[in-house]
Design a protein around this ligand. Structure first.
Ligand code: ADP
Ligand code: MG
Ligand code: MG
Length: 210
């Protein structure tokens, strides 16, 4: 099945449901090293995203992601709203007005998304943020697309890499965001934003696999 605007909108709705399922887990992770609102911020934000999608059906995948971006930017406070908003906005721009996703365009969109997060938040790999999940995900997506992997395979490789990247944040000292206020005391905890990035990518991969 071609991955058109309707398929991408369905994938976003599925991701919103995954965020709701994992809301309390994300709250607990943010309780340990932040202010306990990451699950709530994302659930609220994706709730507004679903409402936006109920109101209009954008006519290409990039337009769907742009609607996600503008909704997250306008509705979600804290660090993650603007960061995820920027990620979706850059991904939308990378996709342009192409009618369907391809393995290559998804890999390029993911790379652009990471670039947006880094441009906005200035975190590097190893700073214990969502960048630790998203950067290896973009690497894996590009590698898989380059060997002619299918769209579902590209996203599965990205999700696998994001999960490993999220786990890699546990022993790290946080250097960006609220968790950085804890210094050494942030060690031993999974970064909430890295976890939510891995959840989103796994959900997108599951949607692409059908
Ligand atoms: P807040 O910290 O404002 O309460 P959230 O709890 O929603 O916002 O999001 C926290 C997550 O945002 C962190 O777990 C981390 O992954 C991510 N984050 C925070 N600051 C940055 C940054 N400068 N660059 C990248 N990601 C960041
Ligand atoms: Mg928080
Ligand atoms: Mg907060």
């Amino acid at each position: 099945m071609p991955c058109d605007a309707a398929a991408v909108a369905a994938a976003i709705r599925a991701a919103a449901a995954v965020i709701t399922t994992h809301r309390d887990e994300l709250v607990r992770l943010d309780q340990a090293i932040g202010d306990a609102d990451h699950g709530e911020n994302l659930e609220r934000g994706f709730g507004f995203v679903v409402s936006s999608l109920d109101g209009e059906v954008p006519d290409n995948p990039g337009a769907v992601l742009k609607l996600v971006a503008t909704t997250l930017i306008s509705k979600v406070g804290g660090a993650a709203g603007p960061l995820y908003g920027t990620a979706f906005l850059r991904a939308a721009t990378a996709l342009g007005d192409a009618p369907v996703l391809t393995p290559e365009s998804v890999a390029a969109a993911l790379r652009a998304a990471v670039g947006g997060v880094v441009a906005r938040g200035k975190a590097e790999v190893g700073d214990k943020t969502m960048v630790d999940a998203l950067t290896p995900a973009a690497d894996a997506a590009e590698q898989t697309a380059a060997v002619a992997g299918e769209l579902a395979e590209v996203l599965r490789a990205a999700a696998d890499a994001a999960e490993a990247g999220a786990e890699s944040t546990v022993p790290l000292i946080a250097r960006k965001g609220r968790a950085s206020y804890l210094g050494e005391r942030s060690v031993g905890h999974l970064d909430p934003g890295a976890r939510s990035s891995a959840l989103l990518l796994r959900s997108f991969a599951d949607s692409a696999a059908g």
